[in-house]
Design a protein around this ligand. Structure first.
Ligand code: AMP
Ligand code: MG
Length: 487
């Protein structure tokens, strides 16, 4: 089968990648193909479903026009620099220019070792495959920039993590796999020729509007900052915790990438983290904006040699540019949070009001998603569900009075507020305990819970009365306390 691949990345110099073929698996089974996405990419869906998909998405056969490679990159992991990470368990097959004219990478994850695998096996356990499929597609349905899921496969082979587990292969589609770590790779080797080639390539692929700017390295830094600021604001809006915001997991295109130990807030708590490997809470929910800024400073450092010939000038330019991040983030965050309380055009005034509600949620340990979901019902005249979330409702009633007063001052009718909130406050998110349920069943070969949850998450803002139990917060015994990368 032919995928009509183009190969702009693998036309770059050989320093950018290593050639590698996927290794076969024994008895693969196709769990799901994303037919809508396949269609949008211009792929022959019927053919994919009739056997070719299983062969290709398991890594057992390559599309005829594939040019499989593993990409080179570095990364700051939990603050420490690793000069050579690269795709240790991912293989890029090529790029497809879709029906919408956009170019996207198609990559297999877990299709066997590569020259970057170090001590890893190049494989993936099934659990992370199911998690990434569900959560990345849920993020897309929520309207958050993200990589997408094209297929999930049960490999038929076991992988060893804490114990023997069924293996899986995930097919990821991304605007590209360029990361902050890709720039760090060439910069740390002082390979400034290839760093310049990477800059040209990135601007052409993701920021064509910057092609004619005077200082393109500085303009790229600012462009990535804007996209990251907006992205993190959206994560905060939905209570998303990425979990491993290492610089190798921060996409230059501004998409959410790598869903390893990610999770969603149940109770609102800015210091909340789930990832087992994040013992210090470096990547906690409330730290994400600050960490994004830190990561962007690493991008700025990597770009210094291209910003000015004289180092002092370059550092000054980089610093000036980086300084605008807190404002960029605040602007996006304000817009998202104002929307959550029913105000569609933002405004500096909303902050104390939003913060007062967040403090109530935190002090009384209230579910983040449910509280905003029921706040919409308050605007529609139904107060009980919202108030009954709180063990101590008196201060919450007072807050509602202030909120109504604020809406009046802003000239927002209750009905308009409800409409705004319907678009900003989801009914369904991939709740951690539901994702765990899916993974546990999947390990036993039962994919019904996976398909069911996936179906619900396609319409996160719509009520689905037949699935109302999926709206609910976990019961005490269902609460997920830790997530694992499973790599
Ligand atoms: P991640 O935590 O997925 O962002 O991965 C960090 C680095 O570890 C990347 O260079 C990965 O390619 C590599 N890696 C993760 N899991 C494996 C594995 N099972 N085998 C080989 N390399 C891996
Ligand atoms: Mg990664």
């Amino acid at each position: 089968m032919n995928f009509s691949f183009d190969h702009s990345f693998s036309r770059l110099p050989v320093a950018f990648f290593e050639r590698v073929e996927p290794s076969s698996v024994s008895t693969p089974l196709l769990i799901r193909v994303n037919d809508e996405l396949a269609e949008a990419l211009g792929l022959d869906v019927a053919r994919l479903l009739s056997g070719d998909g299983l062969m290709i998405f398991s890594g057992n056969r390559l599309p005829e026009d594939a040019n499989p490679i593993a990409m080179a990159y570095s990364g700051h992991q939990f603050g420490g620099f690793s000069p050579r990470l690269g795709d240790g368990r991912a293989i890029l097959l090529g790029e497809i220019v879709g029906r919408d004219g956009l170019r996207r990478d198609v990559q297999l994850k877990g299709a066997g070792p590569t020259p970057f695998s170090r001590r890893g096996d190049g494989r993936s356990a099934l659990g992370p495959v199911l998690r990434e499929y569900l959560v990345s597609e849920a993020m897309a349905a929520l309207g958050v920039p993200t990589t997408r899921a094209l297929a999930a496969v049960w490999s038929g082979d076991k992988v060893f993590r804490e114990e023997m587990e069924p293996g899986g292969i995930f097919t990821r589609v991304a605007s590209s796999h360029l990361r902050i770590g890709t720039f760090e790779y060439f910069s740390s080797r002082r390979d400034f020729d290839n760093l310049g080639i990477l800059l040209d390539y990135t601007i052409q692929r993701h920021y064509p509007e910057l092609a004619d700017t005077e200082n393109r390295a500085q303009a790229l830094l600012l462009g990535v900052m804007e996209r990251q600021a907006s992205l993190i604001a959206q994560w905060m809006q939905f209570g998303f915790i990425h979990g491993v915001m290492n610089t190798d997991n921060m996409s230059i295109s501004g998409e959410t990438i790598d869903f390893g130990p990610c999770a969603f807030l149940d109770e609102y708590d800015p210091s909340k983290k789930f990832s087992f490997i994040d013992q210090q809470g470096r990547y906690a929910y409330g730290s994400q904006p600050m960490i994004a800024h830190w990561n962007l400073a690493r991008l700025a450092e990597a770009l210094l040699p291209l910003m000015a010939t004289d180092e002092e000038t370059a550092v000054t330019l980089a610093k000036e540019t980086l300084e605008s991040f807190p404002d960029l983030f605040r602007e996006g965050h304000l817009k998202c949070m104002a929307g959550k309380i029913g105000i569609s055009d933002g405004g500096e005034l909303d902050w104390p009001l939003v913060n007062a509600l967040l403090t109530l949620l935190k002090d009384q340990r209230i579910d983040f998603t449910l509280s905003f979901r029921y706040l919409r019902d308050v605007a529609s005249g139904e107060e009980d569900a919202f108030l009954s979330l709180f063990p101590r409702p008196a201060p919450v009633s007072e807050w509602l009075t202030e909120w109504r007063e604020h809406l009046r001052k802003c000239g927002v009718e209750a009905e308009a507020a409800a409409t705004t909130m319907q678009k900003t406050n989801p009914v369904f998110i991939p709740r951690n305990h539901r994702v765990e349920e899916v993974i546990e069943a999947g390990k036993l070969g039962d994919f019904e819970p996976f398909h069911r949850l996936h179906e619900i998450l396609r319409r996160p803002f719509e009520e689905q009365p037949e699935s109302s139990e999926y709206e609910q917060a976990p019961k005490p015994h269902e609460v997920v306390r830790a997530t694992y990368c499973g790599t």
